[in-house]
Design a protein around this ligand. Structure first.
Ligand SMILES: Cc1ncc(COP(=O)(O)O)c(C=O)c1O
Ligand SMILES: Nc1ccccc1C(=O)C[C@H](N)C(=O)O
Length: 412
């Protein structure tokens, strides 16, 4: 029976417990939406102040060299690479995940001319599905929607037609973690190129891009990496593809000699060819400051804590929510979970709004799912206990039926 006392004991034994102090979280809030927008790291406000006043304000245009703004996309890419099992020189940060996804999918398709299928997940995040359709039209491919569990069979039967295999490492709705190594190996056995979306994996769990021989990956930095609203996304292209990867968005920052201002596009050597245009420097440097919370921590430690939080959440669910019409959506087995637990309830939307009014922040996704994402760097077992018992109290009292919570909103 998980009690507040159990939560406290688990927190006392948690080696990452004090990392929470590195974040500027309101004391009274339980924050379980770091899988959508990560919390504010304490280093960010002062860094932004310096970047704005000293670098932009005083150094003006010379900051591109004096403060190495120019080098930031690769420098920060390397820093993220450490968390993703990528050796330096294979990641660029800039643009949105949607833009990076477009560049990745077209670039991947161009690596396999003559093949006509783009295989993706019918449950992939909407932007990934919409972009897959558009890329397919542009490149003369057909999109085939294949759920991850069926992809091996599909590739065995029709693999020789497949150019690109594109999946998310963690399902944004259910929190289900897929086996990246297995899917990547199956794609390679069929001769296809794999593109992973790491939005819900980067900073949440260990990823082994180089070891698993992933071809291309993209991901956002505003979730578990806590880079801030709209912080730029990253693209990874494995070194072995650098000479042949042809990005469709041939912006001047990706040119071999950007300041020569030449007529034709000649891609820069290495990962720099995936640079596009001027990145959002303030966001980029805020992200760099935010990443300091990962210094001195291994992703394995973060994973161990995240698994403990997930296990504890599921124990609390069994005790407090299972009998109240809630259903557990996320797999019970830790190895099959990202850093999120999703539960379903017909009144999901109103329940979440009532929960937020009580200081516990999660979110909802259609049709009926309440999502609880837990960043191991700042969420405690006590937070999990408070979230579940508060949700139980709301469901029992029926306070979520109040019109304040039942009227539709744009977004939770
Ligand atoms: C899997 C996945 N891909 C892409 C995105 C978003 O892309 P963008 O940052 O371009 O809005 C999200 C979340 O917003 C996501 O969960
Ligand atoms: N970028 C956002 C802007 C506004 C509100 C939510 C988002 C999210 O990131 C949603 C997230 N990708 C999800 O897994 O649903």
């Amino acid at each position: 029976m998980p009690t507040a006392r159990d939560a406290q004991n688990l927190d006392m034994a948690d080696p990452l417990y004090s990392r929470r102090e590195k974040f500027l979280l309101p004391k009274e809030i339980v924050y379980l939406d770091g899988n959508s927008l990560g919390a504010l790291s304490g280093r960010v406000p002062a860094t932004l102040e310096t970047v704005v006043r000293d670098q932009w304000g005083d150094h003006l245009i010379t900051a591109w060299t004096e403060d190495d703004w120019w080098g930031a996309p690769l420098r920060i890419g390397d820093r993220i690479g450490r968390l993703l099992g990528a050796a330096p020189g294979q990641i660029v940060v800039g643009e949105s995940t949607s833009v990076q996804t477009f560049n990745a999918l077209v670039g991947a398709a161009r690596l396999r001319p003559g093949r006509r299928l783009l295989v993706t997940d019918p449950d992939h995040f909407p932007t990934n599905r919409y972009l897959a359709e558009s890329v397919a039209r542009l490149c003369g491919l057909d999109v085939v929607a294949v759920p991850v569990p069926d992809v091996h069979g599909f590739l065995r039967e029709q693999g020789e037609q497949v150019a690109v295999v594109s999946y998310g490492a963690v399902d944004f709705r259910t929190g289900r973690l897929w086996d990246m190594a297995e899917v990547t190996a199956a794609a390679h056995a069929a001769g296809a190129v794999v593109v992973w979306d790491l939005c819900h994996a980067a900073g949440a769990l260990p990823v082994a891009l180089d070891d698993q021989r992933v071809d291309i990956a993209v991901g956002c930095t505003y979730k578990f990496l806590s880079g801030g609203p709209g912080s730029p996304a990253f693209i990874y292209v494995a070194r072995g593809h650098h000479d042949t990867f042809e990005p469709p968005l041939t912006g001047w920052h990706g040119h071999a000699r950007p300041f020569h201002m030449e007529q034709g596009f000649e891609p820069a050597p290495g990962i720099s060819r995936t640079r596009i245009g001027t990145p959002p420097v303030l966001s980029l440097l805020a992200l760099e400051a935010a990443l300091e919370v990962f210094d001195g921590v291994e992703m394995a430690e973060i994973r161990a804590k995240s698994l403990s939080l997930g296990d504890f959440l599921i124990e609390c669910f069994d005790q407090h929510l299972a009998s109240l019409g809630f259903e557990l959506v996320t797999p019970r087995e830790g190895a099959l979970r990202g850093s999120q637990v999703t539960v379903a309830h017909p009144d999901a939307h109103a329940l979440m709004r009532a929960l937020i009014a009580r200081g516990v922040i999660g979110d909802v996704r259609p049709p009926n799912m309440l999502r609880f994402g837990y960043n191991a760097l700042y969420v405690s077992h006590a937070d999990i206990h408070r979230a579940v018992t508060t949700l139980r109290d709301i469901a029992l009292s029926g306070e979520h039926h109040d019109p304040r919570f039942t009227t539709p909103t744009l977004i939770t």
